[in-house]
Design a protein around this ligand. Sequence first.
Ligand code: CP
Length: 315
Amino acid sequence: MNHFLSVHDVTNINDLVAAGLKAKSDPFAGQHLGKNKTIGLLFFNQSFRTRISTQKAAENLGLKVISLNVGSDSWGLEMEDGVFMDGSKAEHVKEAAAVIGRFCNIVGVRSFAGLEDRDSDYAEQVFHQFKRYAGVPIVNLESATRHPLQSLADCITIAEYKPVERPKVVLTWLPHIKPLPQAVANSFAEWMNRSDVEFVITHPEGYELAPQFAGDARVVCDQREALEGAHFVYGKNWSSYNRYGQMLTDGRGWEITEEKMALTDNGYFMHCLPVRRNLKVTDGVLDSPQSLVIEQAANREWSAQAVLREILLGL
Ligand code: CP
């Protein structure tokens, strides 16, 4: 593996899941791989889990870690080529990416969607610019349209807990107070569509995912019908793709409750976190033995480690 921007950079999901589980059982087996090498982690947006899990995974592999909040720890970065730079951004990505590429053997980047211009968000300009100018492998720590390290951790969690060989996995839209990007839902759909699961998506009308991410997944707009017999319920809010970045409803009635979980086949609840308790999912569900949210977050270390290990093997 060179870059890790999406599932398209993965040869075999099952092998990568197995590598994550192997790292979990023997975290320091690859300590020599990162010796005298450095990873740079650049955050254009806030993070809790991604920052600490990627740092931990990198250190397990012997890498040194440099972590920066772009714009507050460093200069604001201009992404457009050919711009007359008289605005607030003091540095161009051409120089910044090239410089960090001289100091680091791998660069991780987190940059969310702006939710104003769909074409611009879906073009993933920040990642393409870093890929173009850094000259080293780039890892997606969540981009405008995808969160593949989260999706890999989700696949690892499903592999650990699945009660049947081909489980039913339901991605359900949840209420939220403000528009959120589609990245986690897009990415989860993209990975599930390539996994051996029965995958169903449920959301209110108007919240259809982009066709390239929804793929051939079955979409059921009646949430209760979708939840029937589910082994995993994956909750997430996202804003509209078609009416880009908009909230079309307050979403009341779409939260996950104990009563809705009773429709499942003793199903597990999953969420990438952070989660707003009782707005999206009740305390009763989150605090029940069926909640996997902490296991998912813990598995972020092993998903990052599986990916970094594979990149290091190719350096
Ligand atoms: N799930 C996730 O990516 O968490 P953070 O936004 O806290 O990194």
